[in-house]
Design a protein around this ligand. Structure first.
Ligand SMILES: *Cc1c(COP(=O)(O)O)cnc(C)c1O
Length: 428
């Protein structure tokens, strides 16, 4: 039977070919970007569903368009699964991204110009935590805290959140809100000391768990929901869902948060993404997800140990989560994050350069590299394989002037990826 789309399906060879190439790239090279993961085929199927056709401005039971009976059930299911997963009062699953979720919370709970205390970008914070290049810094008055000084004594590692600094800044600036959470920080973030400081100065506490939401859902990291007024996160990092964001909050903030997301910031919600979020929340509640997140952290620790043995300095001396932040200067004083990322790309190892605390190089060049274990743990790599990956990274970087060395690493990587292909049993 013919369909109105036949002409388009058969004509768009360019996109089909590019998608096929990207499928190849993802499954024949190593994905070590700490903010990425491999979503399940069920998540991808929901993302590619007919829900992409539906307009649903508003919320379940209160839509501005007709035909939303089933969409209402989908969004309600997503909200119910999410509040159940984290034990929260209220969920908003509409934010298109983590950045949107954060800005919506600021809009919901702050007046323009209010003071917010958050982690500085070059110390591990996110752009939406008041970076000068983000609109958050023009709409609100951000002040920042950082990490403690570097300390090479393994018994007392530095480069950890400096709670004395958090408290001193809070007492000095009396912020309306304190933001906990980071984008380049390998240690556990305890919500309790943040709550204590917030209470001391009468501030609201927002916990941005974009990176670690999956680790929290799996029970590998402390749940901030009992401590924070609001918790924001992305659904595509360790949580392993579709690209998107979400907000959890106490019931007294529910109305303000919902109003800020829509109509405050966004138009029609992406119900196909929301259906995929519902799928991901169910997957994250399954006992196997706790096994997965425990393995992510074990792999990260094994990876960090092996990288240290290769001569890389670990920022903060180690890791408690899915990421390792490397200071490249001890490995090779000449090697910048930018060059390391490019060499590793040629070797089939995908990473991202990152500033390290007090980095003497710019954010475009950097002295650091960030790697993560969330995606390749999904693919099935264990601690032994991550030790191998550390050795491969070191070999490629040491031999970066010699294309045969880099090509040999790339071949070994391809062989490893052939044995650990997350989509091996599914066809394109
Ligand atoms: C990734 C991240 C975000 C933003 O998420 P996007 O979906 O990329 O907008 C916000 N906060 C933190 C801490 C993050 O790591």
């Amino acid at each position: 039977m013919s369909s109105p789309f036949d002409a388009f399906i058969t004509n768009d060879d360019e996109v089909v070919d590019l998608l096929s190439q990207e499928w190849q790239r993802q499954t024949t090279t190593l994905q070590l970007i700490a903010s990425e993961n491999f979503a399940s085929p069920a998540v991808m199927a929901a993302t590619g569903s007919v829900l992409t056709n539906k307009y649903a401005e508003g919320y379940p039971g209160r839509r501005y368009y007709g035909g939303n009976q089933i969409v209402d059930e989908i969004e309600d299911l997503a909200r119910r699964r999410l509040t159940g997963l984290f034990g929260a009062d209220h969920a908003n699953v509409q934010p298109h991204s983590g950045a949107n979720a954060n800005v919506a919370v600021y809009q919901a709970l702050l007046a323009p110009g209010d003071t917010v205390l958050a982690m500085r970008l070059d110390q591990g914070g996110h752009l939406t935590h008041g970076s000068p290049v983000s609109m958050t810094s023009t709409a609100w008055n951000f002040v920042s805290y950082g990490v403690t000084a570097r300390n090479d004594d393994p018994a007392a590692p530095g480069e950890m959140i400096d709670f004395d600094h958090v408290r001193a800044m809070a007492l000095e600036h009396r912020p309306r809100m304190i933001v906990a959470g980071a984008t380049a920080y390998a240690r556990r973030i305890d919500p309790a000391p943040f709550r204590e400081i917030a209470d001391e100065v009468g501030a609201l506490l927002m916990f941005d768990s974009a990176h670690v939401a999956g680790l929290i859902a799996g029970g590998s990291h402390p749940n901030p929901v009992p401590y924070a007024d609001v918790v924001t996160f992305t659904t595509h990092k360790t949580l392993r869902g579709p690209r998107g964001g979400a907000i959890l909050c106490r019931s007294d903030h529910a109305k303000a948060v919902d109003m800020a997301v829509f109509p405050g910031q966004q138009g029609g919600p992406l119900e196909h993404a929301i259906a995929a979020k519902a799928v991901a929340f169910k997957e994250a509640a399954h006992p196997s997800f706790a096994t997965y997140t425990a393995q992510v952290v074990d792999n990260s620790r094994a990876f960090a140990r092996a990288l240290a043995q290769e001569g890389f300095r670990l920022v903060s001396g180690g890791t408690d989560n899915h990421m390792v932040l490397l200071d490249l200067r001890e490995f090779d004083a000449e090697l910048t994050g930018k060059v390391a990322q490019e060499v590793l790309d040629r070797a089939g190892i995908t990473t991202n350069r990152n500033t390290i605390p007090d980095d003497p190089r710019s954010a475009f060049i950097t002295s650091g590299l960030r790697v993560g274990t969330a995606a390749e743990t999904t693919a099935g790599l264990g601690e032994g394989e991550f030790a191998t990956v550390a050795a491969l990274m070191a070999r490629a970087l040491r031999g970066r002037e010699d294309e045969t060395v880099v090509a040999a690493v790339r071949d070994t990587v391809a062989e490893l990826c052939g044995r650990f292909n997350p989509y091996a049993s599914f066809t394109k």
